[in-house]
Design a binder for this molecule. Structure first.
Ligand SMILES: Nc1ncnc2c1ncn2[C@@H]1O[C@H](COP(=O)(O)OP(=O)(O)OP(=O)(O)O)[C@@H](O)[C@H]1O
Ligand SMILES: [Mg+2]
Length: 244
């Protein structure tokens, strides 16, 4: 399949910060088949470029397609048509192992529902992406402990997810997302289940990563206070990405 015209009229071009593009969506469409056999077009020709160090918020009504977009951007789901490029490589064209490597080295995920593994401790969960990457277990575990300390969970290292509060689970999920120092963090409602003070801590952790390491942020949120701290805000409306 040939690449579509990269600068079509529907292209949304965020103010480029002169940095390389870390993650790019070109003409993404996603449709689901409904129970009754109809077709639900959730995403319609979405174009988006995320540069290194850029912070983007995605807002929109419940069911508008925010999580679907984030999952496709991260290679966790496939588009019905269109292309996703991580570090300028088209993920659909890579073998599974290479796709996993590219994802593991470049992207960190904070899911809407934490997706911690129930049988492992907080520290082991946080260490997991580093272990997958081949970091020595002792090194991965000590790095996990440092990150859990940064999110205020020094005394919860050995707790399993069922023994953590909702906010603690989310903070552990954040520590897990950043352990490999990804170039871009994709966060789906990272503060959705947190009280105001904990949400603020979590936001500060992400902003600090952005400032100190140039980590790009794509944050899906209903929280306008969080959205306003990003460089740009897009809303998904009727399957399209509208700059706000
Ligand atoms: N696997 C699926 N099969 C069919 N429909 C789906 C599937 N996954 C999602 N949908 C539908 O696609 C739409 C978008 O879902 P999505 O989870 O992306 O919404 P969202 O914007 O993240 O919503 P929320 O703010 O509630 O998390 C919804 O209407 C949902 O019902
Ligand atoms: Mg969602």
């Amino acid at each position: 399949m040939s690449m579509p015209e990269r600068f079509s009229s529907s292209m949304i071009m965020p103010a480029s910060n002169g940095q390389p593009i870390v993650l790019e969506a070109i003409d993404l469409c996603k449709s689901f088949t409904e129970g009754g056999g109809g077709q639900l077009d959730v995403l319609k020709n979405i174009n988006l470029s995320i540069h290194a160090g850029e912070k983007v918020a995605i807002v929109g009504a419940s069911g508008s397609g925010k999580s679907t977009l984030l999952h496709i951007l991260g290679g966790l789901d496939v588009p019905t048509s269109g292309h996703v490029l991580i570090n300028e490589k088209e993920i659909a064209k890579l073998r599974e192992a290479e796709r996993c490597r590219l994802r593991n080295h470049n992207l960190g995920f904070i899911y809407q529902f934490h997706h911690l593994l129930p049988e492992f401790t907080a520290q082991e969960n946080v260490a997991m992406p580093a272990l997958v990457r081949g970091t020595r277990p002792s090194q991965a575990l000590s790095k996990a402990a440092v990150l859990l300390e940064k999110v205020g969970m020094t005394r919860r290292l050995k707790h399993k997810p069922a023994e953590l509060s909702g906010g603690e689970r989310q903070r552990a999920a954040i520590a897990r997302a950043i352990i490999n120092e990804p170039r871009c963090i994709c966060a789906d409602e990272p503060t959705g289940n947190l009280d105001k003070a904990t949400a603020e801590q979590v936001i500060q952790v992400m902003l600090r990563l952005n400032r100190e390491y140039g980590t790009s942020l794509i944050v899906v949120t209903h929280d306008m206070a969080l959205a306003k701290q990003m460089d740009s805000i897009y809303s998904i409306e009727n399957g399209q990405l509208i700059p706000k």
